[in-house]
Design a protein around this ligand. Structure first.
Ligand code: ATP
Ligand code: MG
Length: 198
């Protein structure tokens, strides 16, 4: 069980996708956190009961910008939202992990692993890091985010030092994309050999 984390735009998804090409089983916490509040789910019903129907878009889906604005800077509201989402994400992750082969390498892409205090839940914690200027450049280029948006998100996340403190393996992503893939390949060999040694 591998926990893969890093700040916004550090390169987690790129590393996760590369590890998957080698045979890792991917569990994407962001994707699950959307799935547990998809239309028709008990999770969405709870969110609406708590925050009101204004958090729904016209299409009946959770309006992520609206809910984001409601909880941004309101710790109690954020906790209440997390209390709905986190246990459901955990339950789904556990169910997926329970169904894999015994020697599988399961890679959990968990952006807020450190913030949520989850490092002990994994056998290996892999942190992807990159200089914040590079992360900003890449996100502006590829994700259409503005610099203030990226900085606001970075401001709510753990620091590089906090992530480094729980890392078993650190992947440096200050270089080219090709260099990142090569680093991910090397990490795959390490994870495979750790899994085989168990
Ligand atoms: N070394 C690199 N050189 C150039 N672009 C890169 C490099 N590493 C990642 N990118 C690009 O930067 C963007 C952010 O990378 P990625 O989506 O993997 O980060 P992430 O950590 O998953 O971000 P998030 O926290 O938003 O999920 C992507 O568009 C990716 O293609
Ligand atoms: Mg990602």
């Amino acid at each position: 069980m591998v926990g893969l984390t890093g700040g916004i735009g550090a390169g987690k998804s790129a590393v996760a996708a590369r590890l998957a090409t080698h045979g890792a089983v991917l569990i994407d916490a962001d994707q699950l956190s959307r799935a547990v509040v998809a239309p028709g789910t008990p999770g969405l019903a709870e969110v609406v009961a708590l925050f009101g129907p204004a958090v729904l878009g016209e299409d009946g889906r959770l309006d992520r910008a609206a809910i984001g604005a409601l909880v941004f800077g309101d710790r109690a509201a954020r906790r209440a939202l997390e209390a709905i989402i986190h246990p459901r994400v955990l339950a789904r992750s556990t169910a997926i992990a329970a169904g894999v082969a015994e020697d599988a390498v399961v890679v959990n892409d968990v952006p807020l692993l450190v913030e949520a205090g989850l490092s002990a839940a994994y056998d290996v914690v892999v942190v992807v890091r990159a200089a914040s200027e590079l992360r900003i450049q890449r996100l502006l280029r590829d994700r259409g985010l503005s610099e203030p948006e990226v900085l606001a998100r970075m401001g709510t996340q753990a620091t590089d030092q906090q992530r480094a403190a729980v890392a078993d393996i650190v992947i440096d992503n200050d270089g080219s994309y090709e260099a990142l893939l090569a680093a991910a390949d090397e990490v795959w060999r390490e994870l495979r050999s750790r899994a085989d040694a168990r």
